[in-house]
Write a protein that binds this ligand. Structure first.
Ligand code: SF4
Length: 302
């Protein structure tokens, strides 16, 4: 069954340099009634992703209480974790028993890099504390890492940091050129071939611990020996399905349509891909990436 990606707000207490939501900030947050209406109008969705910084909504408890009445199979909360650094607040969220798993944006392993990315002093300690609180409360936590120019050389250290925090899963996503990441394209987007050695080292570290790893936006020819082992992002989260109140909606309906959309509308393949044995399973690169950097760095797997 498809899942609903519900954008609960455009406001955020971070200002990440790769944030895709920058252009919608001025629209503020939808009301609770608007959010309820979207959920009611999509009764076929049995999974829900709460996107945006839901934790800063004043009505978060009412929202989660309503979500609970929907009896969904899975409810994932995406967050930068800063609000969850308050143990009592975190405990209250968990005690509602609505969220099945937490996806925490954790782009670096040290304060300096993390806060250069989030542009908010103090955010590193708060995000770290949030993960510690969630683990103390026995929650399933996925660390989310957007790979950008500012952090890619640290990917092995970031992987070790995630293990130290005892997260359950890691998602590594090559920066998607939308919002801040579009206007700042050359400032935040590394050449994918440059990330390769750091990425492989980080995968070596994570895979030793048999942790679940999902990736998106990185062609398989860059993943070396891991090209067969990593779960493609859109398969790992089958509910990456439908952005209903996002103006840059990708209008994904189900997993198979995601693949069609990725291949035809927002991702690019190259002439040499025709000779690659992974051509059918590889998503290629974001269109904007191909436009700016071309595709010479991608060598077919034979
Ligand atoms: S050569 Fe093309 S199809 Fe093959 S892994 Fe690289 S980008 Fe994907």
């Amino acid at each position: 069954m498809p899942a609903l990606i519900l954008i609960t707000g455009h406001l955020c207490n971070n200002n990440c340099i790769f944030c895709s939501d920058k252009f919608f900030r001025k629209e503020g947050n939808p009301t609770l009634e608007e959010l309820k209406k979207i959920m009611i109008e999509n009764p076929h969705c049995d999974e829900l992703v709460l996107q945006g910084e839901t934790t800063i909504r004043k009505d978060i408890f009412e929202l989660l209480t309503f979500v609970k009445t929907r009896n969904l199979k899975r409810v994932q909360l995406l967050s930068n974790g800063r609000m969850l650094s308050n143990y009592e607040f975190c405990k209250k969220i968990v005690s509602l028993n609505t969220i099945t798993d937490f996806l925490i944006n954790t782009p670096a392993h040290k304060q300096e890099t993390h806060e250069k990315i989030t542009q908010v002093p103090g955010s590193f300690k708060q995000t770290k504390k949030a993960i510690q609180n969630l683990k103390k409360l026995k929650q399933y936590v996925t660390a989310y890492c957007a790979i950008i120019k500012q952090n890619y050389i640290y990917l092995p250290e970031i992987a070790s940091y995630y293990l130290k925090l005892d997260v359950d899963e890691v998602q590594m996503v090559f920066v998607h050129p939308l919002g801040n990441a579009s206007t700042e394209f050359f400032n935040v987007t590394p050449k994918i071939s440059l990330i390769e050695p750091h990425l492989i080292k980080s995968l070596d570290i994570l895979s030793k611990e048999k942790i679940k790893i999902a990736m998106n936006g990185i062609p398989l020819c860059i993943m070396g020996k891991y090209s067969d082992k990593i779960i493609p992002f859109n398969k790992a989260i089958s509910f990456y399905a439908k952005k209903v109140n996002d103006k840059e909606s990708m209008k994904f309906i189900d997993e198979s349509n995601i693949t069609i959309d990725l291949k035809e509308n927002i991702k690019t393949k190259f002439p040499q891909c025709k000779q690659c044995i992974k051509n059918n399973s590889c998503e290629g690169v974001w269109n904007r990436y191909a436009k700016e950097y071309g595709g010479k760095e991608f060598k077919p797997i034979k």
